[in-house]
Design a protein around this ligand. Structure first.
Ligand SMILES: CC(C)(COP(=O)(O)OP(=O)(O)OC[C@H]1O[C@@H](n2cnc3c(N)ncnc32)[C@H](O)[C@@H]1OP(=O)(O)O)[C@@H](O)C(=O)NCCC(=O)NCCS
Length: 192
């Protein structure tokens, strides 16, 4: 079953190879790379990253789309721990025209529903304390800070203080039935 998680204003669907050129383009934007890092710097590298994600039961990558189907960003669940039923959430609204308009929090809420639907009980994330837009977005989407730590991101930037933020998830449809790697991934999880 193909995933399609509807927010109020965005839809999460599988990220496809056709979307990757947009991701490469956005990752060249310093405003994205500053806080979200850079996963790849070429289309070939993006394809390799995408293929690895498809094969990894601990990694889910979804596109954030407008109702028209236009991709404006992506959201990931990484390092999914099926024993502890938790994962780290990462998000980028890559298209600058759509940042700061409430679409990020809509996508994060939708991703939380998706995560609950595949049986996860908790999401966490790490965010640079200087990333005010992200902090507002995550707080609005139900994440709360659980601590502050200092971490190195990229050599050029030196060390930065980060918040660890956590959101507990409600039980998904069916009480989390179908938990585990076989139920995860954009291809297999149920839509909500
Ligand atoms: C972080 C991100 C996902 C948030 O998505 P978004 O759609 O911009 O977020 P939202 O519109 O839901 O919320 C952002 C809030 O910050 C505010 N904001 C935006 N830019 C701001 C700025 N420079 N300073 C202060 N507040 C700002 C918005 O007005 C909004 O505030 P509100 O609570 O009053 O509505 C998106 O901005 C993004 O991808 N940024 C670049 C990459 C990144 O930082 N990723 C996250 C890494 S942890």
């Amino acid at each position: 079953m193909t995933v399609q998680i509807r927010g109020q204003r965005v839809v999460l669907t599988p990220l496809t190879p056709a979307d990757l050129a947009w991701l490469v383009h956005w990752e060249r934007d310093p405003a994205v790379a500053r806080f979200a890092g850079q996963r790849f710097d070429s289309l070939a590298a993006a394809c390799t990253w995408w293929q690895a994600a498809q094969a990894d039961p601990r990694h889910v990558v979804l596109a954030v789309r407008l109702p028209s189907g236009q991709v404006i960003g992506d959201v990931e669940l990484v390092e999914i721990n099926w024993g502890r039923r938790e994962a780290e959430l990462r998000i980028r609204i890559g298209d600058p025209r759509y940042r700061g308009r409430g679409l990020g929090r809509d996508a994060v809420r939708a991703a939380a529903r998706y995560a609950a639907g595949i049986g996860l009980k908790q999401l966490f994330l790490r965010v640079d304390v200087r990333n005010v837009a992200a902090l507002r977005c995550y707080r609005a989407a139900g994440f709360r800070s659980r601590g502050r730590f200092t971490a190195g991101r990229r050599k050029a930037d030196g060390l930065a203080d980060m918040y660890l933020m956590v959101r507990a998830l409600d039980a998904g449809p069916g009480g989390g039935a179908g938990i585990g790697p076989a139920a995860a991934g954009p291809r297999a999880a149920a839509a909500d």
